[in-house]
Design a protein around this ligand. Structure first.
Ligand code: IVH
Length: 705
């Protein structure tokens, strides 16, 4: 049923629907909180809760005693201690075709200044479908094991890791400090046996081996982990004193000699064709392997070249994951729901007759936008041969890796009689405001702004999300509840919650099922902890359009402090030079600059920010890796021919040392590095009396930094 159906419900239907929703939500809560095995996606869960609220709003007298609106999941488990990774645990960029693999190789060659024929070796390793783990050894003794978490901070699971047979407790010839990283996974037969045991004890089975491995490793009681056979493949490392080898393959060999399991399908390839051949080989083996893999990881073999290439914000430039093709299934499209996101975007979601795709039950999928449903692409061109998608159609669903399922095609031969083309709403289903589509945009947006409850609740969910304020005990579901109760309408309200519902009034928070005095007190303590917040997290948490996690970090590093950032955003509104200053930041384009400036120009959003800032102490951010480097904070221009490195490499290296690299020389430039053939930029630099260095001077300056 879609949202509009609610107005057509009879009382009897509404009662039955509320009962159904209470049951579905309770089941989902148990699966999520107690079994570490979510059976539906967050979006689907949210949609159930929203529908429940909408029906209760229309029929308040039908609200059930066990209404999901009065409950917040199951009580959260007592957490594990946090571990800060000394070297971040990164993820990998993906490739889905031979073409993308060849582009990966070309990018690396371009960066290093190598031609297409130069020999360049890569390792190809199966991509194990488990969860990554970092093992720290000191003087050859395992002292700590930590999950990836958000990459910067994970959970301390040392006691559990000690129960895994593949993880050595002691290593004879290890460096003083060595962090070995790899994947924890569960083999197929162990998974089947575990699920049989679960069912025999009337417990819900795990959805797949990866969930089973995660659920087993993240057990507070290590004796439970010990009873569940987990395995480990080593493939990477974090902090290490001394060198482990000269190549990726050499280090893997070293790991093997230390007693770790290294995947036997790992091979060395001398270029993109050999990589693809290896990929085909591993793909052919896949069905016979006793564990799940979801692709092949390619890594540049030479570690000195890896170092030169370095990292983008969250992924290395020297590695890529070539994913296996998505799995598909055919099912019936039961309905199309419209969800409203935090920026007001109306997103159509397909409600499907549940179907298994690659081992996971899928009951909804994204439909992207109204053009996609109509069979039109981004530039108005036909997609799927122009076939539109209608409720009642039979559609092909696919999943690529972990991403939300998508709809690929529609089978017109099975289209029922009398269907009609889908009419995309032009009002917001959450607040009824007009939903408009700007020229050139694919997305229709609600114009309700702060009055739209869907937008404000999505903004709040974003605000408390992991990369933003990350308040323990205040997740998406709790925020939704507090919003429904009218307790929290905007971020600032979170910080006055205790004042308004604290001692004495605590009763009200506790009266929600699942909350005792202890959890309420803990929540207030967790909120207090976040009154001090690093600038990058604050900027990300504001939920400004186009400002993702890495953009927020970029801005925070550039401006350093909230006052500098805010002043610059305000100034950019009126002053063209200031706007240009914003655009000069590498990584800031017109669209982003406009979104930032508009947010700070809008009186209501500015007032909301002021209310929030009144409760916060914002920590300044420095350009971290560059701190202490001789070029940190300097603006550098490269001109002319560089002979020892490519332009891309020079830029990446300078930025990793905290310098800003600009394309034009001005009074704000600190250093100009000029190679042979430098022309007008060098002349300009000399005219302005700037410091001009040769490539060798530059390399000497940054040597050792
Ligand atoms: S290397 C800096 N190698 O895939 C690179 N990762 O999508 C660190 N994974 O978070 C990762 N098999 O959990 C690497 N042979 C392999 C892998 C592998 C599985 C996982 C790992 C990582 C994720 C990235």
């Amino acid at each position: 049923m879609t949202d509009t159906d609610i107005s057509a419900l009879t009382e009897e239907q509404a009662r039955a629907e509320l009962e159904r929703l209470a049951r579905l939500i309770a089941e989902a809560d148990v699966a999520y909180h107690q079994e570490d095995a979510p059976r539906i996606s967050d979006a689907e869960y949210d949609a159930l809760r929203r529908r429940n609220l909408d029906i209760e709003e229309r029929f308040p007298e039908l609200r059930r005693a066990d209404s999901p609106a009065l409950r917040v999941g199951a009580a959260p488990a007592e957490g594990f201690a946090k571990v800060r990774h000394r070297i971040r645990m990164l993820s990998l960029a993906n490739a889905f075709s031979a073409q993308e693999v060849s582009e990966f190789d070309s990018r690396i060659r371009r960066f290093l200044g190598l031609d297409a024929e130069a020999p360049l070796a890569y390792t190809a390793e199966p991509k194990i479908d488990g969860l990554s783990l970092s093992l720290r050894y000191e003087k050859g003794v395992l002292v700590q094991a930590a999950t990836r978490g958000d990459g910067a901070e994970g959970e301390n699971v040392t006691a559990n890791a000690r129960t895994v047979d593949d993880i050595p407790e002691r290593i004879a010839d290890a460096p003083e400090v060595m962090e070995v990283r790899g994947e924890v996974y569960m083999a197929h037969d162990d998974f089947a046996a575990l699920n049989a045991a679960q069912e025999a004890r009337n417990l819900r089975p795990f959805a797949n081996p990866r969930n089973a491995a995660a659920g087993s490793l993240r057990q507070l009681d290590a004796s439970i982990t010990a009873a569940r056979p987990l395995r480990f493949f080593a493939y990477a490392w974090g902090e290490v004193s001394g060198r482990l080898g000269e190549t990726q393959s050499g280090v893997l060999e070293r790991f093997r000699s230390m007693g770790f399991s290294v995947n036997p399908l790992t091979g060395i390839c001398d270029g993109p064709e050999a990589l693809i051949a290896r990929y085909e080989h591993i793909a052919a083996e896949r069905a016979m392997l006793p564990y799940d893999i979801d692709g092949v990881v390619y890594k540049l073999d030479r570690l000195d070249l890896q170092e030169r290439l370095g990292f983008r914000s969250t992924t290395p430039r020297w590695a890529i994951a070539h994913k296996f093709a998505a799995e598909e299934a055919v099912t019936e499209l039961l309905g199309i729901d419209i969800q409203v996101g935090r920026t007001g975007a109306l997103s159509p979601v397909a409600r499907l007759r549940p179907v298994t795709v690659g081992g996971v039950v899928v009951s909804n999928a994204t439909l992207h936008n109204e053009d996609y449903i109509a069979g039109k692409g981004g530039d108005g061109e036909e997609i799927r041969g122009g076939r539109d998608i209608r409720v009642g159609d039979w559609v092909t669903v696919y999943r690529a890796g972990d991403v939300i399922p998508k709809i690929k095609d529609v089978d017109l031969s099975r289209r029922p009689e009398g269907t009609e083309a889908y009419r995309f709403p032009d009002t917001c289903p959450a607040c009824g405001s007009h939903a408009v589509r700007e020229p050139g945009e694919a997305v229709r947006r609600c114009t309700g702004g702060l009055v739209c409850p869907a937008q404000s609740v999505e903004k709040l969910k974003h605000f408390v999300s992991r990369a933003a304020f990350d308040i323990e005990g205040l997740g998406a579901k709790q925020v939704e509840l507090f919003h429904t109760m009218g307790w929290v309408n905007e971020p600032a309200d979170i910080f006055t919650l205790q004042e308004r519902y604290g001692p004495g009034k605590l009763q009200q928070v506790q009266s929600l099922e699942g909350w005792g005095e202890k959890s309420a007190t803990k929540l207030f303590a967790a909120i207090d902890e976040r009154r001090r917040i690093p600038l990058n997290r604050l900027i990300f948490g504001l939920g400004i359009r186009h400002v993702g996690e890495s953009t927020a970090t970029l801005l925070a590093r550039h401006y350093g402090s909230w006052s500098a950032f805010e002043a610059a955003m305000r100034a950019a509104q009126e002053d063209e030079a200031e706007r240009q200053g914003l655009l000069d930041i590498d990584g800031v384009g017109n669209v982003l600059a406009t979104a930032l400036i508009e947010t700070f120009a809008e009186p209501k959003s500015r007032a909301a920010m002021e209310r929030l800032l009144a409760h916060l102490e914002v920590e300044d951010v420095e350009a971290p890796s560059g701190a202490g480097s001789p070029v940190a904070g300097k603006t550098v221009v490269f001109t002319g021919t560089l002979e020892k490195m490519t332009r891309a490499e020079a830029k990446a290296r300078a930025e990793s040392l905290g310098a800003k690299v600009s394309g034009s020389v001005s009074k704000k430039t600190d250093i100009v590095v000029a190679g042979p053939g430098a022309g007008s930029k060098l002349a300009q630099a000399e005219k302005l009396g700037l410091e001009v260095l040769t490539e060798d001077d530059w390399l000497a300056l940054i040597a050792g930094a």
